[in-house]
Design a protein around this ligand. Structure first.
Ligand SMILES: [Zn+2]
Length: 432
């Protein structure tokens, strides 16, 4: 199927930056084959009139736990450890595999409707997020949250099972090219140091990346310092987690030495500003990371700690909070934030040859916004608008892999009403 977005305004790369241009976007099968003029011989099966529309590369949510969406508004205004071990953990104990599936479906609907086309998930239930991803048409990187410790030269039973879970999922979904799989050790306070080394060895052997929570809270820093005499970043580096491409979520409580370690190992940092503020964990030193050339991308975290999975909200926070904390309006620009939500995310996930920008040769992952929206008028600086004024409700259509998965604000492959009623039931049963 060939689709032509005709005379549409689009955010397209221009060297190390982006610009707004009126273009034609030609999609053939799964791929973008031209951005600009329509190539001779390109015959469109379907034409989309680009008048008063804006095309952007689909946003990339680099850190979330999609199953958690039924815990939205369930654990608020609590300290980090009370939130995790007092509230979230007990709900997760009661959660079934099927509950996790419906949670993931709701998360996908919320993400797609606000322009996200790819997310990096850390889950707890084998074959559930993957099933929702397969059915919905979205793209994802899937990791099973791994906790555990070593017993002699072998991981404990739970740790080993969690590693095997993700390897089995990778095998089961090997024909779905919208999914890739990574190893996701949960955090330094739930995975002991020798087990980190073991996971790193598995990652090397299996050719997988690593996704981990690091340096999220002061209590984590204090705990690791007391036990190991170093920072969580140093602990992760010393135990092999950075020997393969690694995406580290949060990195709020880090110092200059930590940032140097991350830069040296090419670690990507995924910042989750709403979650970090909501749990009272603080502000990641993003300006210092940018200065040192660390790849920074954006995530929402799960709905229990945000409580929304809308990347435009994170873009707005990212563009604003560091100006306030540093008392300098130039430390993070709207243009930088747009890249964090797109191409930087693609780089972090090892997918920058496929997604993250509207360019010929990449997969057609595209979000369309209605320029006839108050937040997009006037339209003199659309890159600024995406960070400062857009809410996500301007998104009308979303394409992944050359296929519309949201059309005229309706999900094409998921039954929205069914998902909403299932999640209401789950919340009544195990949350309230
Ligand atoms: Zn998380």
């Amino acid at each position: 199927m060939n689709i032509l977005f005709k005379n549409i305004r689009a955010i397209v790369p221009n060297g190390d930056s982006d610009e707004v241009k009126e273009v034609n976007i030609c999609v053939s099968g799964e791929d973008i084959v031209a951005v600009g003029d329509v190539p001779a011989g390109f015959k469109a099966d379907r034409e989309v009139d680009g008048t008063r529309k804006l095309a952007i590369p689909g946003l990339i949510n680099c850190h979330t736990h999609s199953y958690m969406s039924f815990m939205r508004n369930a654990a608020d205004d609590l300290s980090f450890m009370d939130w995790l071990f007092g509230k979230v953990d007990p709900i997760e104990q009661k959660m079934t595999d099927e509950d996790a599936y419906w949670g993931a479906c709701l998360a996908i609907i919320e993400m797609v409707k606000s322009g996200t086309t790819c997310f990096n998930d850390m889950h707890m239930n084998k074959m559930q997020t993957t099933k929702a991803v397969k059915e919905s048409g979205i793209r994802a990187v899937i990791g099973r949250g791994i906790v555990g410790s070593m017993e002699g030269d072998k991981p404990d039973e739970g740790g080993l099972r969690r590693i095997n879970d993700i390897l089995e999922e990778r095998e089961a979904f090997k024909d779905c090219d919208r999914m890739t799989f990574c190893l996701a050790p949960h955090a330094p306070y739930t995975v002991d140091a020798p087990f980190m080394r073991y996971i790193s060895d598995v990652a090397k052997k299996e050719g997988m990346n690593i996704h981990v929570h690091l340096s999220e809270s002061v209590s984590e820093i204090e705990g690791v310092k007391e036990k190991h005499g170093c920072s969580p970043i140093k602990l992760a580096a010393d135990n092999g987690l950075f020997d393969v491409p690694c995406i580290a979520a949060h990195c709020v409580q880090v110092d200059e030495a930590d940032i140097d370690i991350m830069k040296e190992h090419g670690v990507s940092v995924v910042s989750n500003p709403a979650s970090n503020m909501k749990l009272g964990n603080g502000f990641a030193p993003i300006p210092a990371m940018l200065k040192k050339g660390v790849n920074v991308c954006l995530g929402t975290d799960g709905a229990a700690s945000n409580n929304r999975l809308n990347l435009f909200h994170e873009m707005s926070l990212m563009a604003l909070i560091h100006k306030g904390t540093e008392r300098d309006p130039q430390v993070v620009s709207a243009a930088q934030v747009f890249r964090m939500a797109t191409i930087n995310g693609a780089k972090a996930l090892g997918l920058s040859d496929k997604i993250g920008s509207l360019e010929a040769g990449k997969k057609a992952d595209i979000a369309i916004l209605d320029l006839n929206s108050p937040s997009l008028i006037p339209d003199n600086n659309l890159i600024a608008a995406l960070s400062y004024s857009v809410s996500g409700s301007e998104v009308t259509d979303v394409m992944v892999n050359g296929e519309f998965i949201l059309e005229d604000r309706k999900m094409k492959f998921l039954d929205e009403e069914k998902v909403y009623s299932k999640v209401r039931e789950i919340t009544k049963r195990i949350v309230v």
